[in-house]
Design a protein around this ligand. Structure first.
Ligand SMILES: Cc1cc2nc3c(=O)[nH]c(=O)nc-3n(C[C@H](O)[C@H](O)[C@H](O)COP(=O)(O)OP(=O)(O)OC[C@H]3O[C@@H](n4cnc5c(N)ncnc54)[C@H](O)[C@@H]3O)c2cc1C
Length: 442
């Protein structure tokens, strides 16, 4: 049930992306080929320009503009960012192959450090930076690279790849051929450097003017903790239930150690916010010992998963696992605060009953909402008469409403989400009625 506004926005975004990614090629058409080269020369140059502009566009996708994600969803934007890297690598490698096909032997010799003429060396280094970036991203988990270490290398490698690429194009290509082309490239370069500054400098500066404080810390089941956050000296922000924020804790928002967390509280109860966070790694484990009074910085809200995107649904179905319950909780709490009367269903997978986050809170919500909660336990206690094992198509078929038009939300561990999304499609749920949010952006 996406609205016409959402579809128009999606179309406009895709059109703008294609235009911005391709405009260097349009410029190329207006610039004379330096060696009066033939088709291979033209095509090879075009590939080089395309590689640089696609690389630069990667910065737009991750510059955290609140308005970029809807109507796609932040996880989809990041998935697009990851997949487009494949195109960038392919185009970057094809560029020298097409240009130098006739003298490939000599060109291979340039791969030996110090052998290439310096206008070519910058291009070779740009390609190495790009390959390092792609390999560390694709194989981060297999290489056991800690997320923060990966992140610290990712930005500099990306900036190096684009800067060296532009430098190479300036020296070896036809960028200097006409002043107008030169100026447009300069503006383009400054534009994406501006995007880097936006995330690393201007955003933290803006956050510093709007501090938050942890006013309460509540232990939850399953090694989770709820941080209650209050704005200090400002009135917070409005959000749509189901959205998330980037949280930085500690004295400075410049720490570049922000983590994404869904808002757990009701959108009606703002400006106070609650984040419920499961301990899985260094940062989240540290939260178990955070004390009230800790300064916090919140960048957001972001994300497109919300019941508010489907206001006319006959009811909502949430399929959650583990900490994926958090955005569902915000949506259910908001619906309860609004006095919603429609029937809702929550299918909620957990390992064991006593480690199920929000078990009591959900029972309490069921008295305020027409809400059925189906717990699915991997290891149920003795005498358990409810669902057990994993969320499967057969299980969904047993519980999903068979009448009316519902909106479906899926959030949880990757494998659970894959099964649920596939099962919903097989059970005939239209893609347009489904919204999911993946917690692993990279
Ligand atoms: C949109 C979104 C909403 C989320 N909402 C919640 C929530 O409500 N509750 C909850 O418990 N968890 C949530 N998460 C997951 C949470 O962000 C990670 O579990 C947390 O960042 C892990 O950090 P760590 O240092 O403790 O663990 P690590 O062991 O360092 O990381 C575990 C995994 O989390 C991811 N991750 C780690 N650091 C970051 C980071 N700075 N930015 C992005 N991803 C990172 C990586 O995929 C990494 O492999 C959400 C994630 C996303 C993307």
């Amino acid at each position: 049930m996406p609205t016409l506004k959402d579809l128009t926005r999606a179309g406009l975004w895709l059109g703008l992306y294609v235009l911005l990614a391709l405009w260097p090629l349009l410029l190329l058409l207006s610039a004379p080929a330096p060696r009066g080269g033939g088709l291979a020369d033209e095509f090879g140059s075009a590939l080089g320009f395309l590689a640089i502009s696609l690389m630069a566009m990667q910065f737009v996708l991750t510059a955290r503009f609140e308005w970029v994600a809807p109507p796609f969803g932040t996880d989809l934007v990041y998935a697009f960012h990851r997949h487009i890297t494949i195109a960038v690598v392919v185009v970057s490698l094809l560029h020298p192959v097409v240009l130098l096909w006739s003298s490939l032997g000599m060109a291979l010799g340039w791969l030996v450090p110090g052998k290439a003429p310096w206008e070519i060396a910058s291009g070779i280094w740009a390609t190495w930076a790009l390959l390092a970036l792609a390999v560390t991203s694709w194989l981060r988990r297999r290489l056991k690279l800690p997320y923060q270490a990966w992140r610290w290398s990712h930005g500099p490698l990306a900036a190096a790849a684009v800067l060296l690429g532009i430098w190479h194009a300036l020296l070896a290509g036809r960028l200097l051929s006409r002043p107008v082309v030169r100026w447009l490239w300069l503006a383009w370069t400054l534009g994406w450097i501006g995007l880097l500054l936006r995330v690393r400098v201007f955003k933290p500066l803006a956050l510093r003017r709007r501090p938050w404080v942890v006013s309460e810390v509540r232990r939850e089941a399953g090694e989770a903790v709820t941080l209650v956050l209050d704005p200090v000296g400002h009135d917070g922000f409005r959000f749509r239930c189901g959205q998330f924020v980037w949280l930085t804790l500690g004295a400075s928002p410049f720490a570049a150690r922000e983590h994404p967390f869904s808002i757990a509280s009701s959108a009606v109860a703002s400006p106070r916010l609650e984040l419920t966070i499961k301990a899985v790694g260094d940062f989240t484990r540290g939260l178990l010992s955070v004390q009230p009074g800790e300064p916090a910085w919140l960048d957001g809200p972001f994300g497109a998963m919300s019941v508010d995107a489907f206001p006319d649904a006959d009811g909502y179905v949430c399929i959650a696992g583990g900490s994926g319950i958090v955005p569902c909780m915000s949506m259910l709490r908001t619906l309860a605060d609004r006095g919603d009367r429609r029937p809702h269903l929550l299918i909620y997978g957990s390992a064991v009953l006593e480690r199920t986050i929000f078990r009591e809170a959900l029972a309490a919500l069921s008295t305020r909402l027409d809400l059925r909660v189906v717990h699915v336990l991997e290891r149920p206690p003795e005498g358990w008469r409810g669902e057990q094992g994993y969320v499967t198509q057969a299980l969904l078929d047993r519980w999903l409403p068979h009448r009316g038009r519902h909106a479906y939300f899926v959030c949880g561990p990757g494998p659970m989400m894959d099964v649920a999304e596939e099962a919903l499609a097989r059970l005939g749920v239209p893609l347009s009625d489904l919204h999911s949010e993946r917690f692993d952006l990279v």
